[in-house]
Design a protein around this ligand. Structure first.
Ligand code: AMP
Length: 249
């Protein structure tokens, strides 16, 4: 079984994001970029399935500017076999990404596609679900455990009331939650090996997908600054403040 793992290049999660002065988005120039953390979990899960003999090939796909090839290299160093870069300078929104991934899935015929539950830059949490709908495949979102047994896939997912277990018929879409696994660090020899692994580059037009944005960002703003706290001298003073100032009791 082939596994397709979409990996998005996003602002590194350790970077304190700054809003552009014209309020059109977040500053990315000169900022450290990395693989979306939920996608690292996706790559790790795919590699574990290959180590168990369930998967035969792992294809890492990234969509965006040419530098997304670096994100694919990271996936290759973690254990993916080859990469596909869908190169575009356009603002690729979830529906366009889902359509492009569908075109790749139609060609590659994977048994499983593992996406992140959300990209930490746009927090859309939409691409996996849209892709499942476009392909007409079963989906197990926010997976915190995953087992493949023949043609079935068992997914445990955290829901409000506890854990839900669902059984899907392959081919399926899975989106990863934080507890699914702890991704490995790529070793130096594997980073060297990854340099020789192939990355194919395609353009959205070649996949027959119109990527024109459908959503308009009206404005992006920093959250309001938190006000400094105060120290209270006694429990009585705290209770008084909660009653008269915060008015919460
Ligand atoms: P989102 O719906 O934008 O929150 O993204 C959910 C998941 O879709 C991500 O964790 C990725 O697995 C995948 N994805 C979204 N955009 C891209 C992209 N440009 N390149 C690769 N994967 C993507």
């Amino acid at each position: 079984m082939k596994i397709l793992v979409p990996v998005k290049r996003v602002v590194d999660y350790n970077v304190k994001v700054r809003v552009k002065s014209d309020g059109t988005g977040v500053e990315t120039a000169g900022v450290k970029m990395s693989m979306n953390p939920f996608d690292e979990i996706g790559v790790e899960e795919a590699v574990r399935l290959k180590e168990k003999g369930v998967a035969t090939e792992i294809i890492a796909v990234s969509l965006g500017v040419a530098a997304c090839a670096e994100t694919i290299r990271t996936a290759l160093a973690m254990g993916a076999d080859r990469g596909i870069l869908v190169e575009s300078d356009a603002d690729l929104q979830p529906l366009a990404v889902a359509k492009l991934l569908k075109a790749i899935a139609d060609k590659e015929q994977p048994g499983l596609i593992i996406l992140g539950k959300q990209a930490i830059d746009d927090d859309m949490s939409a691409t996996g679900q849209m892709l499942a709908a476009l392909l007409g495949w079963s989906q197990g979102t926010f997976a915190s455990e995953l087992t493949v047994d023949g043609g079935n896939l068992t997914v445990k997912r955290e829901v409000d009331g506890g854990m839900e277990t669902i059984v899907l018929t392959l081919p399926s879409i899975v989106t990863t939650d934080l507890r699914l696994n702890e991704p490995r660090y790529a070793s130096l020899p594997n980073i060297m090996k990854a340099r020789k692994k192939p990355i194919e580059t395609v353009k959205p037009e070649e996949l027959g997908v119109d990527v024109t944005p459908r959503l308009t960002v009206v404005s992006v703003a920093e959250p309001p600054k938190r006000q400094a706290g105060v120290k209270v001298g006694s429990v009585a003073e705290l209770v008084a403040k909660l009653k008269t100032e915060a008015k919460v009791i």
